[in-house]
Design a protein around this ligand. Structure first.
Ligand SMILES: [Zn+2]
Length: 332
């Protein structure tokens, strides 16, 4: 068994996914075969720290990639590298394997190992590319839920409660995002191209109390400014004062706000999707798993209240990782 353990450890870095699948099979408890032999449990336990260390929801493309330290800007922004869509299946498989390994740990009473997996998984959910978070998180939780729901007591196990509370909090935080605030003044998003005319236009768009803008110049600059606002044409009123040459273009902000409407509609869509996804997991079991966080989670409370900061978010330090410790894969 010792040689198997060292062989598994050796292969962990290059094919952690396979090792995890192998360990999963090895540890499979069934009525037919009875509980796994002690030696298998021991090997599982020995390999597990490496499994946890290498656990990642980043898919490594076959070539042309390298690992690099992630900078804080990338961590907070949307500057993620795209994961090819064919890798989504791989990601889902990976999250299922992690779910199975976690549940096995709990079944076998490997509690600190289970906690390590939960902790690592939460930090992965923090940094998985946002375009995949919806699918991967729900696939993972669904798998965990299917396995633990065989035993009613698991639904009130604080370990699983923590996992569900935090995973869904991070999911809502990153996927649904805070509700776009309705503008209360005349500030609008800047649209200029950076040219000298657009700089004035952008200053006008940014201004909270200026409703009217005048451009007294040739035909071309006037047409250029109008074209910059074409996306939300209804948000502005255009008039041309032709009494003097050159004519004066007068742009007036209206109370319509197309960009806000669009962003809010997109947000509504994400809210509906998130609620549908959570409903799929099952309302009754979630009531137990989420405990006193149920209403806040299902009602997307932190997001709706705009209470979007670390003080009010129900996350503890366990779900956070220092940015310096985060590795990200870049594709050349
Ligand atoms: Zn311009």
């Amino acid at each position: 068994m010792a040689s198997i353990t060292s062989a598994l450890k050796k292969h962990m870095r290059t094919s952690g996914e396979l090792v995890m699948a192998f360990m999963k099979e090895l540890m499979k408890t069934s009525d037919e075969f009875g509980p796994p032999p002690a030696a298998a449990v021991e090997a599982f336990r020995e390999v597990l720290p490496d499994v946890v260390k290498n656990l990642s929801l980043w898919v490594v493309p076959p070539n042309g990639n390298k690992r690099q330290k992630m900078n804080p800007k990338m961590h907070h922004g949307m500057n993620y590298n795209r994961v090819p869509s064919e890798s989504v299946g791989k990601l889902n498989k990976m999250s299922q394997n992690i779910a199975d390994t976690l549940c096995q740990c709990v079944t076998l009473g490997l509690i600190s190992e289970a906690d390590q997996i939960i902790s690592k998984m939460l930090s992965e959910i923090h940094k998985i590319p946002v375009e995949h978070i919806d699918e991967v998180v729900l696939v993972f939780l669904k798998r965990v839920h299917t396995q633990i729901s065989k035993q009613e007591a698991n639904l009130t196990n604080s370990r699983f409660q923590l996992l569900f509370q935090h995973s869904l909090a991070i999911y809502i935080d990153r996927f649904v995002k805070p509700e776009p605030a309705k503008p209360t003044n005349w500030t609008r998003s800047t649209r200029g191209c950076g040219c000298i005319h657009c700089k004035d236009l952008d200053a006008f768009l940014r201004s909270p109390n200026t409703q009217e803008f005048r451009c007294n110049s040739g035909v071309k600059p006037r047409a250029h400014l109008e074209s910059m606002l074409i996306q939300d044409y209804g948000d502005f009123k255009f008039e041309t004062d032709k009494r003097r040459s050159p004519h004066t273009l007068i742009i007036t902000k209206t109370t319509l706000n197309g960009q806000y409407t669009r962003e809010h509609q997109a947000w509504d869509q994400r809210v509906k999707m998130a609620v549908a996804r959570m409903t799929e997991l099952g309302v009754e079991p979630l009531k137990k798993l989420l405990g006193d966080q149920f209403d806040a989670t299902f009602g997307l409370k932190w997001i709706r209240l705009g209470a979007h900061n670390s003080v009010t978010r129900p996350l503890n330090r366990r779900a956070q990782v220092p940015v310096d410790d985060i590795e990200v894969i870049t594709i050349d």
